[in-house]
Design a protein around this ligand. Structure first.
Ligand code: BGC
Length: 760
């Protein structure tokens, strides 16, 4: 197999930290659930996790978090009555790999036990065709005849960060289908896992253990013979629209077993072929970048929500319960563009999620601070849209106390991020169903929120946004954060466009909507606010002040600042945080704004601000480097852009990230950075941007690369773009419906269905 399509390891390191990181790197997922890259015989101490998308639970006062399912993929062996496990048995050799073309996890381990060797092989996938289903092929071979006992079934010892989320666990054996079903602790939602095996060893003893969660198979092996069996497991929850989760899970595994492993795998592979056709990016001349970027794309594809689910993607994807499984602005600003430009049917789900949680955003607006109008989206959003972010969200390792943070109540840019994405979807797809099905309502409610949050400064005749946190979380409760003000302005602008569009195109729907939310008397305010909102402009040197009085803060270097830390995991923001009185910022803020609102700022302004803020940026968030990389491509520092592109693209494949912030465990994958890697390749080096009229390509091919090739979808039609040195080739699919205008390095071309366009 081509190494650029897989990640692999050729040893097993029996250390907790390594097992944790491998669990992230080798995870598989199918949008419905994630399965960490742990070994078949592992349990909760090794952080085995099958995290289900969109179902959350709370135990007592602990953090509410996603529910992990009982592990239907569990198998453990004994050889001549000795337990076999990579943790306790002598491992002679171990290899494992993850195939990126179809999200297949494989491991092969040779153990030495009781003077014999046993080779264990397994492959597993979570079906991309049947979202509730997981399938495993498991084989074993001994070098000498041995008495082998296979314990396989559903492990009910679940790894949870904050509690025991499944209660009333019931175990049943229904005609050799193992069934575990339970309810969630908080809301009593039903969850079921069914498991079935397909075993054909000839002579062996197959029983279901007394507690009914395991099959026990006793087998006298012959030396050198390989024994293979198949496992099918299904997870269902009350969020699935089925009459009975138990029956649905049983039916699912029964049908899968009947279809057989090869058929299940073929159906799964067919889906993956489609995904890569839509989404792959090829970099010729740089294997390191190619593999890291492909892995990043893979990470996004495995967690893309199931069609029709109206689920979104959490900040740590489905790699566990870290960050409460919550959805942040990460999704709209960093992941959504990838889906919008390659796989819009998934972008739609991300937006439907925001429509689904609009009431939660309304509740938050009413109850936060002095109480506001409209929709204030949760900083950390779960199934209901209420905010999972606590007011004391970070533990201080020095004192053991929780720090008051204002992420929840002051990071108001989240609502505008949602509105912007909603409008982008419409702009680039021309599909207005989303607007009509709640998207327009979201946009208007977000504008309403900003209007009620804004302060009208009579002396200056302008609207200001006071007391906020911008993307840089180290400076809380600041006034007129340039990024936030721009986002609010964009929201007013989008709200005004939405009103105009609906009024003309869908007058009835418009009327119904404004009546429903009783907003007609407020619409003129959005027009006024769009004009009068204060946007900090560049000073004489061209630098935009991040927020009022930022320039007055102490100019300390990051190195000096860090030298004064007492604890290595100490948080630099909040209250007395070391960065608070200084200009040191956590992540791209002004630069993030320059990247988002590209056309508003000149190359010179981008360069000056980039040079000013970069040395002051800690890049303490995985969202930071890609923003700096993209802006650097615009003013031509491709070497820097490349360095930060690689840093972003390699974050999850290398898994060298920090695992604790304060006292909070943060290990898990980084889908925002994965999206940032794709954006840097396509928007940055590819120079792609699009609006309602055209697609623009201003290639900035990195010196090391011979070719950058990617796929795009624009207004429902698909294109492959090949950028080589000095030339761009656009290949519209023959089945495209319309011709579209592309502006390539200033040259306008029309791309008709099936007509390849070559521009030199
Ligand atoms: C960043 C936020 C981000 C969150 C989740 C924080 O460290 O500062 O911008 O949304 O992580 O990724």
């Amino acid at each position: 197999m081509n190494t650029l399509w897989k990640v692999s390891a050729d040893s097993f390191v029996n250390e907790k930290e390594s097992i944790m990181r491998m669990g992230n790197v080798y995870q598989i997922a199918n949008g419905y659930m994630g399965y960490r890259g742990t070994l078949d015989e592992f349990g909760p101490d090794e952080l085995v996790g099958i995290t289900i998308a969109g179902i959350f639970d709370r135990v007592g006062d602990s953090w509410r978090e996603p529910v992990n399912a009982p592990n239907g993929g569990y198998t453990k062996l004994t050889v001549d009555n000795n337990d076999v496990s990579a943790l306790t048995t002598s491992v002679k050799s171990h290899t494992q790999n993850l195939q990126l073309e179809n999200a297949l996890f494989n491991r092969e381990t040779t153990y030495e036990v009781a003077g014999k060797t046993i080779v264990v092989n397994s492959s597993r996938f979570l079906s991309a065709d049947t979202p509730n289903l997981g399938v495993i092929k498991y084989s074993l071979t001994t070098d000498k005849a041995a008495k082998v006992m296979i314990n396989t079934g559903i492990d009910c010892n679940i790894w949870d960060l904050n509690g025991k989320h499944l209660v009333n666990l019931r175990l049943e054996n229904r005609d050799n289908v193992l069934l575990v079903h339970a309810e969630t602790n908080e809301l009593g939602k039903r969850v079921a896992v069914a498991e079935m095996i397909d075993i054909d060893f000839g002579k062996c003893k197959h029983e279901i253990a007394d507690n009914k969660n395991l099959h026990t198979i006793e087998l006298e092996t012959e030396a050198g013979t390989t024994y293979t069996f198949y496992k099918y497991f299904a997870v269902f929850t009350e969020n699935d629209t089925v009459a009975s989760v138990n029956d649905a899970a049983i039916k699912n595994v029964t049908e899968a077993k009947l279809a057989g492993y090869e058929k299940c795998l073929n159906d799964h592979n067919a889906q993956w072929t489609k995904k890569w056709q839509y989404c792959d990016v090829e970099i010729d001349g740089d294997d390191e970048a190619q593999q890291a970027l492909r892995y990043s794309i893979f990470q996004l594809l495995i967690v893309a929500p199931v069609n029709g689910s109206a689920n979104s993607i959490p900040a740590r994807a489905l790699s566990g319960q870290v960050y409460k499984g919550a959805i942040f602005w990460d999704t709209e600003m960093f992941m959504f563009p990838f889906f919008l430009y390659t796989y819009p049917e998934k972008a739609v789900e991300l937006m439907r999620y925001r429509i689904k949680t609009l009431d939660g955003a309304r509740r938050k607006a009413k109850t936060e601070g002095v109480g506001f109008e409209g929709a204030f989206y949760a900083w950390e959003s779960q199934d209901d849209g209420d905010d999972a972010c606590t007011y004391f969200n970070i533990g201080d390792p020095n004192t053991g106390r929780d720090l008051r943070t204002h992420f929840r109540d002051k990071q108001v840019h989240i609502s505008g991020d949602v509105a912007i994405a909603m409008w982008e979807y419409f702009k680039l797809t021309e599909d207005d169903t989303l607007l009509l099905e709640g998207g327009a309502e979201v946009i208007l409610e977000c504008a309403r929120f900003y209007f009620s949050y804004a302060y009208y400064n009579t002396n200056k005749n302008r609207y200001e946004i006071l007391d906020v946190i911008g993307p840089d979380e180290y400076h809380e409760r600041v006034n007129n954060n340039a990024f936030t003000n721009m986002v609010a302005k964009a929201t007013f602008e989008i709200a005004n466009k939405t009103v105009n569009y609906l009024k003309h195109k869908h007058p009835d729907a418009f009327k119904t909507l404004i009546q429903k939310i009783n907003i007609s008397g407020e619409l003129h305010r959005f027009v006024e606010a769009e004009k009068l909102i204060y946007i900090p402009e560049p000073n004489n040197e061209g630098v935009i002040e991040q927020f009022d009085a930022y320039f007055k803060l102490k100019d300390t270097s990051i190195k000096e600042l860090k030298a004064t830390m007492i604890h290595p995991n100490e948080y630099l923001g909040a209250g007395q945080g070391l960065a608070v009185p200084t200009k040191v910022i956590k992540q791209a803020d002004v630069v993030m704004m320059l990247n988002m609102f590209k056309t508003r700022y000149s190359k010179e302004i981008k360069k000056v601000n980039w040079q000013y803020y970069e040395p002051r940026t800690e890049h303490g968030s995985s969202l930071s480097a890609c923003a700096y990389a993209m802006v650097a491509t615009e003013f031509g520092d491709l070497d820097f852009a490349y360095e930060y592109f690689l840093k972003t693209a390699k974050i999850d494949i290398e898994a060298k990230y920090k695992v604790y912030v304060g006292t909070i465990f943060m290990g898990g994958s980084h889908p925002a950075a994965n999206g940032g890697a794709w954006m840097t390749a396509v928007f940055g080096f590819g120079g792609v941007s699009a609006d309602e009229n055209q697609v623009t390509i201003n290639p900035r091919l990195y010196t090391k690369w011979n070719k950058l090739q990617f796929n795009l979808v624009y207004k429902g039609d698909r294109f492959t773009v090949k950028i080589t040195r000095g030339a761009v080739e656009i290949l519209p699919l023959t089945m495209n419906k319309n011709s579209h205008t592309f502006i390539v390095s200033g040259q306008s071309v029309v791309c008709a269905p099936g007509n390849v366009v070559f521009i030199k």
